[in-house]
Structure formats: C-alpha cells, structure tokens
Design a protein around this ligand. Structure first.
Ligand code: MG
Length: 450
C-alpha cells in the first residue's frame, strides 16, 4: 500500500493550523521515534507564531514512544543539523517552513548524520503516519532544555573564519528578514569585530519587514541601506537561516550561482582537484570555474537534499545552488547561510577587494527561466514526449531533459516539483543566443504539453 505524499522537495509543509497542526506534529514525532528507536531527539524551531505548539506536538510524540528529547528552542536549521551530527546516536526535527509566508509551517526531519532523511525514509514515515501505528513504550522519554546549542555551533563556525584583522574594517548590513538567522550571522560577525548594521532584526513570526525569501524583489531596503551607509557588503537570509544572498557595495543583489562560483574559485585555488556538487540548473559560470581550477564538478537533480547527500557521498569539498544555498563539507555538508557569509567574507579579506570587483572577474553568461503551465497528471507524459522528440541530442536525463548546444549554451526542461508547470532554463554567452535557443525550444515544449 502506498501512503499519500506528505513530504515535498524539502520536508513537510502546509498551512499552519489547517494542514500542519498539533495532531500531525504528534504523529510526525511518533513516526520518527518508531523509525529511530532509542535515539536522542533534538528538536528546534524557527520564529513562526505556530512553531511552539508544533514543537510541543513533535516532542510529545517522541517522548510517548520512549525517546529522550533535547529541546533547542529557537535555532536555525543548519545549527540544528550540525548539533545532530555532533551528538552521538541522535536525530532531529526542525519546525519550520523555511522561506514560505508566515501562515505556513512544517517539519524538516534530520537523519543521524545531520542531513535531512532520504526518500526511502520519508516513505517509511509516511506509511507509519498513514497507518497510525506506533512503537509501544512502557516508559516515556525524558525531556531536557538545551540552552547553549547555538553557542557551540557558532564556536565551530568561527573556526572557519580566516584570522585576519581586516575583518574589523568591514561594514556589513545584515537583513535576516525577522528570521532566526538573527541568532547566528550578526552575532558572529559582531564578535569578530566587523561593523554590523542590522535591518529586520527582531525575530518575528509575522515577517513584518519583508517576504522571507531572499530574492531581489524583496531586498530593496537592504540594497538602499548598503548604498546609504557606504557598506562593503549586504547579507540576506531566509526564515530558517539555511540560505544567504549577497549584495555588493554598489547595492546590487548578486545571483546565488555567481557568489557560489566566487567561493568555488577561492576554495579550488587551495584545493586543486576537489569535487564540487551543484544541481543541473546552475549557471555555466560554476562549470567554467571548475575546469579553470581543475575541480571535478558533479551535477545532481534539483533540490537541496540531493546536493547535500551527494556532497557527503562523494566526499566533495563544496556544494551550491543558484538560490543561495552553500554546502561546505569541512563544516557540515548541509545548506548553511552563516557558513556562506563566512566564506564570502574570507574571500573579500583574502583578496583585499570589493565584492563587485571580485564578481566582475568571473565569466559572464545570460540565463532566462520560463514557466509553461502543465496539468499535474500531464507533466510526466510531456517530458517523455520531449525526450522522444529530442532523441540523439539529449546530454542529460538526470532531471527532465537537458540539451547542451556545443559552445553556445544549454537548455533544460523539467517538471516543477511543487507547481503544475514545466520549467525551461536557457543559458548562453549572449542575450541574443539565449533568445535564439528559446525560440527553438519553446514551441517544442508547448507542443509537448498539449
Ligand atoms: Mg530555508
């Protein structure tokens, strides 16, 4: 029997109080305990209004099945994941809907290695939740409150900062978007002596300052304040602190794959031959830097768990996504916004140059993304039709269809994991080449969805 899907690309998410309520939280806790008997369970939450009740539900489910619970309270997702990795025989649940609007909430379920559970464990949990069948326990577990989780996480993150005095000359504007990253990045950079200006810096589950997703259209205030304050850098995080987007000293919001390429360039210089992992929709700038620096690039399906698990499996040094996800294995191979901030600051002080100058040194490409509506049930059929139509030209079937057009660029057509549509990505060296490629492939996609 197949249980209905609860997990999306990144944990379980939905409308709080409606789809995601105390009763579901209790069942998630119970199912997780049944899957990981006797493990110590670390639970933490983001700043959403609905998070404390959901944390109680998860904790009650875990305790009822006999698991001990360590309650970390307010924390970022990467900090919880790091603590799970470093606590023996433990696993964890983070109450968060990441960058979703305030009325949402959800659960990220973390395996004993500190990385979100894989597909097969998700399916096992779904089945348990669906059947409402749990491991019996005569004795409930014990619950303790752990106050210093963030502190030990930050102590470890600090070891990745280049010990240079120049950090004190940096003026940095940080926009945590009223999220829990307020507990990590600003705290660390202030401690190191940087001049930090915070905006949207009160943790508030209603996200009054801005939309929680760090996209250019939501970062107008950050850009303006970076310019007004003549700051060196702007940093924006999402609601649970696993992503970071950077603004250069001119106030320009930089795409995540360009800052990824900059970090890659810097790290590969010191670690020639190292592996780098990125999803198949990432800009060519990342592959160009890999070949220039003799790094080994591996492509994955789109999704942070895919990148995370691949980085861990192949022993890569770095992973990254275009949305501002950076996975740095020497710390922990999960998406971590604070580590991303540290790596960018390291690169700036090591090279003694502004962020805009450093990014200007990278090869330039143009990318467009288009959405083509396609009914949920028709997506697979459309991709199949495209595969047949493009037979002989396909360079990858990893996630949808990708065609590399020698020298000119590439096109990727894939089914959205969350919405009723197909996505077309096109990247090339010039804008007119992008247009040409789009003009060639868009009609094929339109034909495939009808
Ligand atoms: Mg997030």
């Amino acid at each position: 029997m197949k249980a209905p899907r609860l997990f999306g690309t990144n944990g379980i998410r939905g409308l709080a109080g409606k789809e995601i309520d105390f009763a579901l939280a209790f069942r998630v806790g119970s199912a997780f305990a049944t899957l990981f008997p006797r493990y110590k369970m670390l639970v933490g939450m983001d700043g959403r209004i609905s998070s404390p009740v959901l944390l109680e539900g998860v904790a009650a489910g875990l305790l009822a099945r006999g698991n001990d619970v360590e309650d970390l309270g307010l924390i970022t997702t990467p900090a919880l994941e790091y603590l799970v990795k470093n606590t023996s025989s433990s696993a964890g649940v983070m109450i968060t809907a990441s960058h979703n609007p305030p009325e949402y909430n959800g659960f990220k379920v973390v395996d004993s290695d500190g990385i979100e559970i894989n597909r097969s464990k998700e399916e096992k949990m779904e089945l348990l939740i669906h059947r409402d069948k749990w491991r019996a326990s005569r004795q409930p577990g014990q619950r303790v409150r752990k106050e210093d989780g963030i502190k030990s996480y930050l102590e470890k993150v600090e070891t990745h900062v280049l010990p240079r005095d120049e950090i004190r000359d940096l003026k940095i504007v940080i926009d945590t978007g009223n999220g829990v990253a307020e507990l990590t990045t600003p705290r660390l950079l202030r401690k190191l002596g940087a001049h930090v200006i915070g905006i949207n810096d009160a943790i508030d589950g209603k996200f009054p300052g801005r939309n929680s997703e760090p996209r250019p259209e939501n970062l107008g205030a950050l850009s303006r304040i970076v310019r007004e304050e003549k700051a060196d850098l702007g940093i924006a995080h999402d609601g649970d602190g696993d992503r970071a987007i950077f603004v250069d000293e001119k106030g320009i919001v930089q795409p995540g794959d360009r800052t990824l390429a900059l970090i890659e360039d810097e790290l590969l210089r010191d670690h020639p031959g190292a592996r780098v992992v990125t999803p198949i929709n990432t800009s060519m700038v990342v592959s160009e830097i890999a070949s220039k620096r003799k790094g080994k690039l591996m492509l994955t399906k789109v999704g942070s768990i895919e990148v995370s698990r691949t980085v861990a499996k192949v022993g890569a040094l770095l992973g990254g996504e275009e949305n501002g996800g950076i996975f740095y294995a020497p710390h922990h191979p999960v998406r971590d916004g604070t580590i991303a901030a540290v790596l960018i600051v390291n690169t700036m002080i090591k090279n003694g140059r502004s962020l805009s100058k450093l990014l200007d040194g990278l090869p330039k490409f143009y990318m467009v993304k288009e959405k083509i509506p396609c009914k949920e049930g028709a997506k697979n059929r459309a991709i199949k039709a495209l595969k047949a139509r493009l037979k002989g030209r396909i360079s990858s079937n990893l996630d949808g269809v990708r065609v590399d057009l020698d020298g000119r660029g590439w096109v990727l057509i894939r089914a959205s994991g969350t919405e009723p549509l197909l996505r077309i990505y096109v990247e090339a060296k010039t804008e007119s080449q992008v247009q040409e490629i789009l003009d060639e492939f868009r009609p094929l996609v339109l034909k495939a969805v009808t």
